[in-house]
Design a protein around this ligand. Sequence first.
Ligand SMILES: Nc1ncnc2c1ncn2[C@@H]1O[C@H](COP(=O)(O)OP(=O)(O)OP(=O)(O)O)[C@@H](O)[C@H]1O
Length: 655
Amino acid sequence: MDSIQQQQRRGGGLVSLSPSQTPRSSDKSARDLRSESNLSGKHDKDKGVNVQVLVRCRPLNEDEQRARTPVVISCNEGRREVCAVQNIANKQIDRTFMFDKVFGPTSQQKDLYDQAVHPIVNEVLEGYNCTIFAYGQTGTGKTYTMEGGARKKNGEFPNDAGVIPRAVRQIFNILEAQSAEYSMKVTFLELYNEEITDLLAPEECSKFIDDKSKKPIALMEDGKGGVFVRGLEEEIVTTANEIYKILEKGSAKRRTAETLLNKQSSRSHSIFSITIHIKECTPEGEEMIKCGKLNLVDLAGSENISRSGAREINQKMMKSAMIKDLYSEIDRLKQEVYAAREKNGIYIPRDRYLQEEEEKKAMAEKMERMELESESKDKQKLEETEHSLLDLEEKHRQANATIKEKEFLISNLLKSEKALVERALDLRAELEDAASDVSGLFAKIERKDKIEDRNRIVIQNFQLQLTQQLELLHKTVAASVTHQEHQIKDMEEDMQSFVSTKTEATEELRVRLGQLRTMYDSGVKALDNITLELDGNSQSAFTDINSEVSKNCSSMEDLFSRIALEADKLLNDLQSSLHKQEEKLTAYAQQQREAHARAVDTARSVSKITVNFFKTLDMHAANLSQIMEEAHTVNDQKLSELEKKFELLFISSSL
Ligand SMILES: Nc1ncnc2c1ncn2[C@@H]1O[C@H](COP(=O)(O)OP(=O)(O)OP(=O)(O)O)[C@@H](O)[C@H]1O
């Protein structure tokens, strides 16, 4: 669990002095700070506050040396004292001031940093809020101490690098050495005439700030006894170089603003803040976040503080203190007079008495005058207050009207914000729909690709199988044709052998018929001869012979009819066998023709199916690409609509 570890505040002030400068009333603040520091020292532990006041005295510059400017400040670093020599009414009065640390004119930037700032930066990294501010009159070396010389071109530090670049370097060196997990942000602001300028804000924002209708950057109380600046630009930084660039950018902006507004650097304050969050693990493994803040403040020249718009209460205190002093002085004098009268005190010389009486009288007159003045001033002030009260009432009325106006504006703004939020939600829903459409489209494309891949494989398989089937068919048809040719040849041969066999039998039959005919003819001749021979013989014999002839004739006729029947039967058998063979051949040829036709039909229908299949595939592919194009177009339209809506939304939100 993350938690934020916030430590107490610490602070330190650097008072810069020039050696020729006698501390004046404003320098009293240095003493005040010192005494405050001493006072707070007693309660350091209770309050958790620690203020240190360090003084640095710069050496005389060339001009001052040339002009032989007298040196009125001497520093004793060991005793931590600064001695100022003053000549009042030809009397030399030496006044000594004590500080937490004193740096004389020969002190180097590094000495000051190592002794005074280094420990404070360590405390920042331990999670404290620390402030280092430079205070002093113009030209006493505040900017020199805080910023120092510019970095060299190769990025190296010059010897006169000031507190800010050295602190930045130290912070990064320590964090990197610890391999710490951290985040860092910086702010840079300028305070001039009670007006805060964000030195890191982009130009447009600066313009807004100038525009009175916009919310100005404002100093707010954080409710925990601290203050923060509302609306200040915070820049996240990860390297020392980034901070140096930001510093350069901010300083450049400060310079530009100064030129434009004819300000002087000595009249404005600048505050550069570095906030560091560091992650730490407790021994129990719990994650803790340490938060430390370093404020680096370059104050306005102390003689210009009143001109910088500050009125920052000492005068009032001085006046009341003075009246108080005067009253106590009167009391003291009264007591002295009383003691003199009663002779129970110490006698004083007459001259002194007269002088003191004079002084007392003058004092009483002065007091009377002052009281009168004060009364008239009070009266005047009362009148002024009444006036300002009336003004305030008027302003209050105006402010109320402005508040109402602003409330109306705010309610309108809230309404438009609500409408914008609703519109944004609609747009978001549309965007989500579009995104789901797009993802659906992508899924479709993926599916289409897969189907195309599968189709490609199916087509390849189909082509392979078709080629194999066609080859098989071709082989089968070729084998069948060869087989048929063989069969027809065999049948031709069979027919030829059959026909030749039957021709032989017919020839034999013809020969036998010829022989029979010859036999018949010879028998008839023999019978004729016998008839002739017997013609002359007896009638009886003739009858016998006739019967014999008739017998022979009938047997011959029987034989002939049998032979003729046999020949008919043989011829019929031959004819029927030939007929059957012919029928068989015809049927077989018909079968083969039909099989061939079927094979041809199958091949044709296969090729038709293939062509149709490819056509369908092409059609599907065309449909798919059309769908894709349409989807892309719809998608593009939706996207451009969404972009337009977003633009409108952005323009209306920026308005
Ligand atoms: N310790 C020092 N050693 C050498 N020169 C110094 C030292 N301190 C200041 N100077 C020089 O004195 C001059 C005035 O210093 P600087 O501009 O820092 O004063 P300042 O207090 O910031 O003035 P201002 O309030 O006008 O900004 C500069 O030229 C600076 O280089």
